[in-house]
Design a protein around this ligand. Structure first.
Ligand code: G3I
Length: 425
């Protein structure tokens, strides 16, 4: 066969838009996901369109619809109308589903939190709740947050009706009951401020050990990741704290990531810092083999829990209120692309990040079985960047077959990430 014809036969480019989920999967994660705000999805079509784009978000989690007060506000009466919004949206779009949450002190109806319980009667209440709600979503949830926020901010056990009734025995009890309710979902402990590796993190490690010592099943720890611009741990610190839990045989994930500005409006430099912080969190996850995915807690500043809780703070997400991409979107995209292009992909496809800052385009060939054809089949296309242009921070500036700009805007320098990707940092 003529060599050009051979090449054409071997190269089978398939354009894949480089949404964050596409890049995350290419980088080795299971998903990049988002929470779904139930009150917005049917009234805001622009919001719904971005959320429904599987290349951008491969997994959804209901912001409120599966919580106890939404599903069993009255004892024994189960409602799934709100929770089903997310489950049905994910199903329709071919997206995965995380499920949130079972045993939690908040959004817990008064009949539970203020009831008078014995261990037996409260066990039956938890069991009935799990059997119904987890039973309803059986087979749909990649993971369930079985116990949420059991540790107080100072590192002590959080005082709640479950602790009062059982002591810490409610922890293994909850995981055992959850396993019986849905044997195939991953069972997670989920909490915030674990990222700082302080007393709260120590207690969460103890929690995992308590559950494991009791012989109860636990598969993962969710790092909620409600963080603050300029106070977010660096990439290696994130990796270090994640590894405390993977060392216990668990997987980990960022489950509710948002990084808020503590004062508004955010300056342009604060937006860049926010981008750096997001890059550090996502990069830290990429650096840990057992970190399986990242979920952001809503994707747009238009819909976020933060201003209601922290007055004057917010703009914590990666799309602005007009649904435009922020610098944080680009930084996440860049970090994922750097990892995604580290190893030439095994199957034929194209990664093409849509950001103007990181126009990396690789085209891979479908290798035949002989080594001779392998050597002649690998090609790459070029970028449209003009010569002499300088890349902004996070932009690609080198890598195998890169023909775009190799210079960075001051003060950034071009730093090699791997053979396929150098980046202005
Ligand atoms: O359901 C009522 C509705 O009937 C009423 O009309 C409306 C009036 O404001 O309020 C509705 O309740 C709100 C509820 O969300 C459902 O939309 C509450 O006011 C509001 O406070 C509640 O906030 C949620 C918060 O959890 C409650 O703890 C946020 O949306 C949600 O983002 C937030 O999520 C939590 C995670 O589940 C766990 N980790 C922390 C994270 C942030 O707090």
């Amino acid at each position: 066969m003529h060599s050009k014809a051979l090449l054409a036969a071997l190269v089978a480019p398939a354009a894949v838009s480089a949404g964050l989920n596409d890049l995350a999967v290419r980088a080795g994660l299971k998903y990049f996901g988002t929470a779904l705000r139930e009150s917005a999805i049917n009234s805001d079509s622009a919001y719904a369109a971005i959320l429904s784009d599987k290349s951008e978000f491969g997994q959804l989690v209901p912001e409120n619809g599966q919580k106890w007060d939404a599903t069993e506000a009255t004892q024994g009466q189960f409602t799934y109308s709100s929770g089903d919004i997310t489950a049905n949206t994910a199903k329709k779009n071919g997206q995965g589903l995380r499920c949130h949450t079972m045993v939690w002190y908040s959004q817990l109806p008064n009949w539970v939190s203020s009831g008078t319980w014995t261990k037996d009667s409260l066990t039956k209440v938890i069991q009935t709740h799990m059997n119904n709600v987890m039973g309803h979503y059986k087979g749909q949830c990649y993971a369930w947050d079985v116990v949420n926020e059991a540790v107080a901010d100072d590192g002590n056990w959080r005082d709640n009706v479950f602790l009062k009734t059982f002591g810490t025995d409610y922890l293994p009890l909850s995981f055992n009951l959850a396993k019986a309710a849905d044997p195939d979902t991953k069972l997670y402990y989920n909490d915030y401020n674990l990222e700082y590796n302080g007393a709260k993190t120590d207690r969460a490690v103890e929690l995992v050990k308590i559950v494991q010592a009791a012989g109860a099943p636990i598969d993962g720890v969710g790092f909620q990741g409600h963080l603050i611009v300029g106070s977010t741990p660096g990439r290696s610190s994130i990796a270090t704290v994640l590894k405390r839990f993977t060392a216990l045989g668990l997987e980990v994930a960022f489950t509710e990531l948002d990084i808020r500005h503590s004062s508004l409006p955010a300056s342009s430099s604060a937006l860049v810092t926010q981008g750096n912080d997001y890059a550090n969190v996502v990069g830290g996850c990429l650096d840990v083999a057992g970190c399986i995915g990242v979920t952001i807690w809503s994707f747009t500043d238009k819909y976020s829990w933060i201003p209601e809780t922290f007055s004057g703070q917010g703009d914590a997400l990666i799309y602005d209120k007009n649904l435009g991409k922020k610098p944080a979107w680009t930084s996440i995209s860049s970090v994922l692309a750097a990892k995604a292009t580290g190893v030439p992909p095994a199957s034929s496809s194209t990664v093409k990040p849509s950001s103007t800052l990181i126009t990396v385009t690789t085209t891979t060939a479908k290798p035949s079985s002989t080594s001779a054809t392998k050597t002649s089949s690998s090609v790459a296309t070029t970028t449209t960047a003009s010569s002499g242009a300088e890349q902004a921070r996070w932009g690609q500036c080198g890598g195998n077959n890169w023909t775009g700009p190799t210079k960075c805007q001051s003060p950034w320098t071009c730093q090699k990430q791997n053979d396929w990707y150098s980046q202005c940092l």
